[in-house]
Design a protein around this ligand. Structure first.
Ligand code: MIG
Length: 820
């Protein structure tokens, strides 16, 4: 299959350099070439307070400072004094969540103060800065916010320039395929289909205008909620300035206080939401390819997984399952009876996920096109012509997903797919991508939920609104079953509707490294449910690269192998027995750890914890020269240092402060230092934090194959107190919203002669199993007595070959004591 050469040209635009030089010339039809100047705020002349909103004016321009919560303050700029209507696709509920704040002024400045943050506005020069309650300045303007009139479209280019201190580092911004620290670099956000993207290529598929700064060990965040093309410069043009700007709309940013990076990310989640719980099967292994067809091919794929005993939960249908690439249709030659086929796959434990693109074929005999045409659901150009472009089906028109009525219609289109049993939907090409031109022209109009705008404003949210419509539609049609969706494009907040994958990567060792970086970065940017095309989309991995990618994939929240149509077969067994056995071992590991992985999803959903945590997040004051960027923790208990080089037999890694255990050998390791560990192909460095309680399932070939009759917990001895969470529920409904779940907290602490494990429970779910198997790892003494809830037990307390002591307890135990 030939990939269309497309989407690579960028749109005509005014060069950033021109803009940054401060003066540019635009061709005004009436007066010819005229200079456009950047204009800056002057002195503050007056202020008005309205509840938690403070308005400062220099006589013409106005600035709004809003106390959003104790730790979040929003700043907006209206160059001519009138703010745009309050509306955001990213921020769920912009309402106030705080009661205590104060306002004061002295000769030089005003200050708006909450318990944690003070926002200072200097009277003379209108500079804004933020301090913590100890008076430490975390973030301050270098120049005042400024703007430039945009004569072509109306509105303004809007800018904010902050001081950047020599020690300051920057993180976030979503899917950027670059080193973890963004310092010294410049980026833009404009969702772009980037087939076979390269390291450092920018922009890619998603726009997440949110970054985290760490200065002198203190973290803060800035979320620029602006959907136009946005730009970020982290000390690139000038080493002492961090700037962000947008090609339209408002400067509207949220300052989010830390002091820890984790606090910042959690608070960013309070603004933009978290992932709903995915159906549990979606955390299993997914097998995808462009494309598996016809039916016999899919069937033999399924058979292979079961016969070879390689666990798998989902199989994908890429664009060829459709009739001439018409969405919501089937190619009946390849798939004569989809309902029967999907049912048969399901009986064997496989869910079927299908791709749906936004381009609707212009064809009056095609019901989706007719409905869209009759109801005026497709996007139109400024002069009312329909927006037409070529994608897979040929000439297409495109629904305006920024119109709630269109979203409603779109959601309903999934009715038949749900009826035939499709379990998940994959939204592709929604940057939106168009062959040849790349994307829509800027003059395309969008309804924008009643806040009309051109494509300049709607481009970056188009894909997010598409997958939102998809998610909401599925949720309704599936009657309280959790939808599974995956999207390529997105904007801040997309996590409320979907998982994402990083797009068309390459089968190379460099891309394996990028996979780790991109997923970590997405995770701290609000999109934890992410993954990469395991093995690389284009090009050919060898067995070693594929296996190393599977190993990393076990620890990416979304685990899917995918490959382009013109590549060789890419299944876990495609590279020969040696690799197949290792791939199986690691996919099995994923399935054993599913209850741990699921619990991490719950912590993300409920508390806003990112699932992947870079080492700088785990240990904010870590010496950066010790950090290997590919290393991260999954949840807060398991650390992974994936192997990133061919032929590598050992690697040096860093363990953050504290005590750790080698997952494979149970050998204890000291943290706060580097270690050299062996990395044979059939292994990968995995470490567990002392004090952890890690739940494991018995091995299943797919989620729900059987109900476990016992949950196993690996309990790692610690001489300091450590808490662990464990979550369980039905796994595929929204009953958890009515408290039908169980959240357990374990508290582990030991000393030289005893180990104590406490359990606390919350929620209304009762699992069917009765007992736990507890594997005690790292005991520094030979145990002789066990008490469960005060009663001495008669259990065998011998060490097994892996130096573990295994005991059993009722699932409702409250307190276990193990004595020397
Ligand atoms: O123009 O559906 O990124 O995962 O297999 C290419 C075919 C369209 C791009 C996606 C890729 C998918 C492919 N799609």
């Amino acid at each position: 299959m030939v990939e269309k050469e497309n989407n690579k040209e960028s749109l005509p635009e005014i060069s950033i350099e021109q803009l940054e030089e401060g003066v540019q010339h635009v061709n005004n039809p009436i007066i010819g070439l005229m200079p456009i100047e950047k204009r800056y705020l002057k002195s503050v002349k007056e202020y008005v307070q309205n509840n938690n909103n403070f308005y400062f004016s220099d006589g013409e321009a106005r600035v709004e400072v809003r106390v959003v919560s104790d730790e979040i303050i929003r700043v907006r700029l209206a160059p001519h004094g009138t703010f745009l209507e309050e509306f955001s696709y990213a921020v769920n509920k912009p309402e106030q969540r705080v009661t205590v704040f104060s306002f004061d002024e002295d000769e030089d400045k005003y200050w708006v103060k909450t318990n944690t943050v003070t926002c200072l506005i200097s009277k003379k020069d209108f500079l804004i800065s933020f301090q913590d309650n100890q008076g430490l300045v975390t973030n301050e303007d270098y120049t005042t916010m400024h703007w430039e009139e945009n004569a072509d479209f109306g509105g303004y280019y809007v800018y904010c320039t902050k001081k950047c201190s020599p020690e300051e580092n920057f993180y976030g911004l979503g899917d950027k395929p670059t080193g973890f620290n963004l310092r010294g670099k410049r980026f833009q956000n404009w969702n772009t289909d980037t087939y076979s993207f390269a390291k450092d290529q920018d922009p890619l598929y998603r726009s997440i205008p949110f970054y985290i700064g760490i200065k002198e060990g203190v973290s803060y965040g800035v979320f620029l909620d602006n959907t136009y093309k946005t730009h970020f410069d982290f000390g690139h043009q000038e080493h002492d300035k961090t700037s962000f700007w947008a090609d339209g709309g408002e400067i509207q940013y949220y300052y989010i206080h830390g002091p820890h990076m984790m606090d910042v990310v959690k608070r960013y989640h309070t603004l933009t939401g978290t992932h709903p719980l995915p159906p549990q099967w979606a955390l299993g292994y997914h097998q995808c390819r462009w494309s598996y067809y016809p039916e016999s091919k899919l069937k033999s794929l399924a058979k292979n997984f079961r016969e070879r005993k390689i666990p798998c939960d989902a199989l994908y249908l890429d664009i060829d399952y459709m009739d001439g690439y018409r969405c919501f249709t089937w190619n009946k030659k390849y798939f004569p009876d989809p309902k029967r086929m999907i049912k048969e796959l399901l009986n064997d434990g496989f869910k079927t996920v299908v791709i749906i693109d936004p381009g609707i074929k212009v064809d009056d005999n095609y019901w989706v096109f007719r409905e869209g045409k009759e109801n005026k659901y497709f996007c139109r150009r400024s002069d009312d012509y329909f927006m037409e472009g070529h994608v897979w089906p040929g000439r297409c028109q495109f629904p305006d997903y920024t119109n709630p009525e269109v979203r409603q219609w779109w959601g309903g289109l999934f009715k038949e797919l749900v009826e035939v049993g499709v379990a998940g939907v994959w939204n592709d090409m929604n940057e939106p991508a168009v062959f040849g031109s790349g994307t829509f022209p800027n003059d395309v109009r969008h309804q924008y939920d009643g806040h009309r705008g051109s494509h300049r404003k709607a481009h970056n949210v188009y894909g997010m609104q598409m997958v939102r419509a998809t998610y909401d539609g599925l949720k309704k049609l599936q009657k309280n079953k959790r939808p599974f969706t995956i999207t390529r494009a997105g904007y801040s907040g997309v996590q409320r509707y979907s998982s994402v994958w990083t797009g068309d990567n390459l089968a190379s060792w460099e891309h394996l490294r990028l996979a780790s970086l991109q997923c970590q970065r997405l995770s701290v940017s609000g999109v934890s449910f992410c993954g990469t095309d395991i093995g690389g989309f284009t090009g050919e991995p060898d067995g070693e690269l594929f296996t190393r990618w599977i190993q990393l994939g076990v620890f990416t929240p979304f685990m899917r192998a995918h490959s382009a149509g013109d590549t060789r077969e890419r299944e876990p067994w495609s590279f020969g027995k040696e690799y197949e056995d290792i791939n199986r071992k690691f996919i099995e590991l994923r399935y054993r750890l599913l209850p741990y992985i699921y619990s991490a999803f719950w912590e993300q959903h409920r508390y806003g914890f990112p699932i992947l945590r870079p080492i700088v997040m785990v240990e904010q004051d870590v010496k950066t020269n010790l950090v290997r960027e590919e290393e991260f923790t999954f949840g807060d208990k398991i650390l992974i240092s994936p192997v990133m080089e061919p032929g590598q037999t050992s690697k040096v890694l860093y363990l953050p402060a504290g005590k750790w255990y080698d997952y494979w050998t149970h050998e204890p390791f000291e943290g706060g230092m580097e270690h050299t560990v062996a990395t044979p192909l059939d292994s990968m460095p995995i470490f567990v934090k002392a004090g952890s309680v890690i739940p494991e399932w018995p091995l299943m070939q797919y989620v729900g194959e059987f109900e476990p009759d016992e949950i196993k917990f690996q309990i790692y001895y610690s001489d300091y107190e450590v808490n662990s969470f464990y979550f369980e529920d039905h796994g595929d409904t929204f009953a958890y919203e009515q408290d039908i779940y169980t959240e357990k907290k374990f508290v582990v602490k030991g000393d030289a002669t005893m180990l104590n494990i406490k359990q606390f429970s919350e929620g209304l779910y009762t699992p069917r199993y009765e007992t736990y198997e507890l594997k005690l790892i790292g005991l520094p003494f030979i145990p002789s007595k066990v008490y469960i809830d005060g009663k001495e037990q008669n259990q065998d307390l011998k060490f097994d070959e892996l130096k573990r002591v295994i005991i059993h307890a009722n699932k409702n135990f409250r307190n276990i004591e193990i004595f020397k």
